[in-house]
Design a binder for this molecule. Structure first.
Ligand SMILES: *Cc1c(COP(=O)(O)O)cnc(C)c1O
Length: 433
């Protein structure tokens, strides 16, 4: 009976590409850190590292210590024993991962909130200009926040949304045509959440500066997978998540970057006491802190913040260039396997083919993408993402995904479609996709 059918789990040594995958794992073993993460189910292929990275073993110990010893034992004294400085200490730990200098990165609130703070600050630093340029490959929260910022700032401020020609690639020509003397801010995702399209940070930043505008990059899907080189490209402002490739934990606070020479000019519109020059003076007049601390708002969630430190430390330890090399090799192998094994089953590549323009994930489109995703989750031990309307996103978190994992996942996708299990799951319901 069809419902008793068990999807073959592999590995699939007879499926083309297996030997190459096995050899690649042997060659790249120094950047395979999977043994330093919690893996409860070794059969599970977790290809969702770009939405929620795996749990570092070191974070298990660290969070337990913070809860039991620092909160339980030291209580309020812990603020002077490492908590107060944690947002800038961990920001400095993250700085080299995104190419920033010390004192330019702070861990603070969420990505959405940081985007709001920096976008308002940027617009106020460019008075007389009325346009925020973004694109339709951006993550919706970015578009929503930028629209809200334009509305709040008023005075005819508007958002100009550049269209992608195909929903996969960004168009540099269309972007350049949209940037002019009225542009106050250009704000884009470095790696786009759906297709993985990677904007050229240097070229876009230079074009924005040429027009007298500021740039604000959202590095949520690149931080920890792709070098960003913020300082080298003279980037003004950036934000990003710590819970994706940085393995910081669900809802872990985000980061904000402000280039050193702009820290006095881009004012934080949420003037909370943590952004005050001297919070413990309890001065009723607001005097902004000097430097990146000005981006603070209020008391930080210490369990989440300190729980994020081990994941960030691991990425910093391996180094972003080595991680990117592994990531490009992983996604390139997956693109090759898609061509050979999945294209004949009706899948099309929904990510850039050029690795230089592709982030750390690979998306494939299929008319039954929802059923494929649900069948993979329910029956095949593969965790991908579904992105409406027809995309299965495969996130290859470099430190925790092996080349054989990628090959095996493709084998399981082949099995699901070959046996028709995706059609059985086409009407499944789920709130979070
Ligand atoms: C994941 C992601 C976010 C998430 O923002 P939160 O405030 O953490 O919910 C924002 N922007 C981009 C580009 C993302 O990929």
């Amino acid at each position: 009976m069809a419902d008793d059918l068990v999807i073959a789990r592999g590995p699939f040594p007879d499926l083309d590409g297996f030997d190459q995958a096995r050899d690649a794992d042997a060659t790249a073993s120094s950047t395979d850190l999977s043994s330093r993460f919690v893996v409860d189910d070794p059969d599970l292929l977790y290809l969702d590292g770009n939405s929620l990275g795996r749990l570092p073993l070191a974070a298990v110990d660290r969070v337990a210590e913070v809860v039991r010893h620092e909160w339980g034992g030291r209580l309020i004294r812990s603020w002077n024993e490492g908590w107060w400085d944690a947002p800038t200490r961990i920001g400095d730990l993250l700085a080299p991962v995104v190419g920033a200098r010390p004192g330019e990165v702070i861990i603070s609130e969420s990505t959405s909130t940081n985007l709001f703070k920096l976008a308002v600050g940027a617009l106020r630093a460019r008075p007389g200009r009325h346009a925020i340029v973004t694109d339709d490959l951006n993550f919706p929260t970015d578009n929503h926040v930028l629209a809200g910022v334009a509305d709040l700032v008023g005075e005819g401020t508007r958002v100009v949304t550049v269209a992608s020609p195909d929903g996969v690639h960004g168009s540099m020509d269309a972007l350049l045509a949209a940037i002019d003397g009225d542009t106050a801010l250009v704000s884009l995702s470095h790696a786009c959440f759906k297709s993985g399209w990677l904007w050229d940070v240097g070229a876009v930043t230079a074009a924005a500066h040429e027009a007298g505008a500021l740039v604000l990059w959202d590095c949520s899907h690149s931080a920890g997978a792709v070098p960003v080189d913020l300082a080298a490209h003279d980037v003004d402002l950036a934000v990003g998540c710590t819970y994706k490739y940085l393995n910081g934990g669900p809802g872990a606070p985000a980061f904000a970057y402000v280039r050193t020479d702009l820290q006095d000019d881009v004012a934080n519109p949420i003037t909370g006491w943590w952004g005050h020059a001297d919070p413990f003076s309890f001065d009723l007049d607001f005097t902004p802190a000097v430097g990146i601390r000005r981006s603070h708002v209020g008391t930080m969630p210490m369990l989440s913040l300190l729980g994020a430190e081990p994941g960030i430390a691991m990425v910093a330890e391996v180094g972003i260039e080595a991680i990117r090399a592994r990531s490009v090799a992983l996604t390139t192998m997956l693109v090759d396997l898609v061509d050979v094994h999945l294209a004949p089953l009706g899948f099309t590549l929904a990510s850039p083919r050029d690795p230089a323009r592709r982030g750390g994930h690979v998306s494939v489109a299929h008319p039954e993408a929802w059923g494929v995703t649900r069948a993979l989750l329910a029956e095949a031990g593969v965790v991908p993402d579904f992105r409406a309307p027809d995309v299965v996103r495969l996130g290859l978190s470099p430190l925790t995904t092996t080349f054989v994992d990628v090959h095996t996942a493709v084998g399981r996708i082949v099995e699901v479609v070959r046996t028709g299990r995706h059609l059985v799951h086409r009407d499944d319901a789920a709130a979070v996709t």
